[in-house]
Ligand binder design. Sequence first.
Ligand code: AMP
Ligand code: GLY
Length: 419
Amino acid sequence: MKLLVIGSGGREHAIASKLNQSPLTEKVYCVPGNPGMALEGIFTADISLTDHEKLMQFAVDHEIEWTIIGPEVPLFNGLADDFHKNGLRVFGPSKAATLIEASKAFAKELMDQQQIPTAAYQVFSDYQDACRYVEKQGAPIVIKADGLASGKGVVVAQTVLEAQIALKEMMQDHKFGQSASQVVIEECLVGEEFSLMAFVNGEEVYPMPISQDHKRLLENDQGPNTGGMGAYSPVPHISASIVDEAIRKILIPAAKGLADSQTPFTGVLYAGIISTDAGPKTIEFNARFGDPETQVVLNRLESDLAQVITDLLEDKKPNINWKKSGVDLGVVVAAKGYPATYAVDIPIHVGQMEETTVYYAGVKEMANALYSNGGRVYLIEAQGSDILDAQRKVYNQLMQLDTKQLVYRKDIGDKAKRR
Ligand code: AMP
Ligand code: GLY
């Protein structure tokens, strides 16, 4: 088979790599992809994610068996719908089903309908009403832009003033444009966070092992929220019974809710969950693989990803096996300044590594060399017998690299050791 992955980040690199390892694949393309992927025989092409006509033409011209869409924006722009309309097979939800990620108000309504546990909330489109509600509720309180904001549209406010500033930035200063013309204000949940992803085909839900992202820029979860600074899987201090409860009470009813409303979900459904004293509660859904969770979770898949997705697209029950022992851990290396204005054109030399794998994200090629051109530049991943072993491999490797103009967290996975 010839397969196509849409996107250009570390997540897409991990998906394309996994597909490229399959005996079923002859060629794997990642469009637009990045030159780091090209180093390992993944084919890339410079087509904009917004040019649906060209992407579809590419799939036709290259005899693509099926396509998988990585990022949320093209899904929300209806790329999967366009592929379907033109008779092209695609693994990824329709625009309508993507609303579970692209509108937090929609997601909350679905959770109400299906009685999915989540934080208590209210939706506001009037700034004054929102401010009054915050004053009445008090802090801590969570303010969320309704629409897509690259993981940056959430403020966990510790004071009423902080909440009001967030509301002003979102609703009056239009910091996230239209994405925050409506906001969701919700109860602040306390507990350990984890990410639960599943392959979903209508009401069929095939969960993956859980993982834990590190959203804040700095050690000990300090600093601003980012797209994610590192992850590991599984998460030893979240018990199997909590995961089971999350699958039963969160993922399965979410898939059912979408199917019931005539917008069945095909693709990867992701639940961001907080394990509270009252059980697991949902903080968000994503309509796609998580980044950087995918870079660690897919390494735990023993089955053939190309076969799994082919089966799902043919409405067959896939055979999915996951590694039962060991840990996968990945640390994101970002350009200094990220997630605000960051340095670009930093020379990137990773080279050959023995115990680790690199997944490239924000890189470009100039005169046959790699340079950074994004906030998150690459991720170093390792499999270990336990957290300590995986950390040792990743951080040993990182210490040998030139990271003077780059930043990374030194504590990815530490939470798993404190328990
Ligand atoms: P999200 O983009 O929805 O994943 O939110 C970003 C981060 O904000 C999450 O990873 C959580 O750490 C935090 N967060 C979101 N919602 C809540 C909530 N209701 N209570 C506490 N923390 C939250
Ligand atoms: N790691 C969080 C996300 O992919 O949205």
